[in-house]
Design a protein around this ligand. Structure first.
Ligand code: GRF
Length: 207
């Protein structure tokens, strides 16, 4: 069975969606390790409750980005990880790390890429920007990670309507519930079934 490593920094609701999908048999894989970049992240509790091995690897405890990433890589190698999910992971990964796991790192972003993405667009800031621009449809994207922030090949997207009385907080919750928690497990399932083919930065899904 394919072994998954998940990188988290916060609440872990996307991690929970993947845990639930593994437990229900929707995803046929095993979550081998959950790594948090922050001590005390709620995501760690969720992983522990599910009986998954957890570790906290904080960037500030390392001399530089490379040493930090070496610690991540050695943990993933130790656990035989073949797919890495960034589920609300707030540290940007370098080219060196990405090269080790090329086309095997998946991220979930809370907008319809290429809108409201890239440097500076994270967390509530994404939804604040959506509301300030007045777009009527937003959503979420799951994509492979490459060197460009939020610029890797797109796997799945799902649209969510913006309501007139939305606040950044209400919109964030709805985008999670109606889009992120649905398309992230679906994308992971497709990867695990070897149904994703990347050609010229475009993902084709094999039926
Ligand atoms: C989600 O909105 C995700 O799209 C973004 O960070 C947030 C993480 O939330 N990358 P959670 O930790 O999964 O609850």
């Amino acid at each position: 069975m394919l072994r998954i490593g998940v990188l988290v920094s916060g609440g872990g609701t996307n991690l929970q969606a993947v845990i639930d999908s593994v437990n229900s048999g929707f995803i046929k894989a095993e979550i081998a390790t959950v790594v948090s970049s922050k001590n005390g992240a709620r995501a760690l509790e969720r992983a522990k409750l599910a009986g998954i091995d957890t570790v906290c690897i904080c960037k500030k405890d390392y001399k530089n980005q490379y040493d930090f990433e070496d610690a991540l890589i050695s943990n993933f190698k130790h656990h035989g990880v073949e797919l890495i999910i960034l589920a609300g992971f707030t540290v940007v990964l370098s080219e060196k790390f990405i090269n080790v796991y090329r086309n095997r790192i998946i991220n979930v972003h809370p907008s319809l890429i290429p809108s409201f993405c890239g440097a500076g667009y994270y967390g509530l800031k994404v939804h604040e920007a959506v509301l300030s621009r007045g777009v009527k449809v937003t959503g979420a994207t799951v994509h492979f990670v490459n060197e460009e922030t939020d610029g890797g090949p797109i796997i799945l997207q799902k649209a969510v309507y913006v309501e007139d009385d939305d606040t950044p907080e209400t919109l964030q919750k709805r985008v999670m519930k109606e889009a992120e928690w649905i398309i992230l497990p679906k994308a992971v399932k497709l990867f695990c079934e070897d149904r994703l083919v990347i050609e010229n930065n475009i993902v084709r899904v094999n039926l």
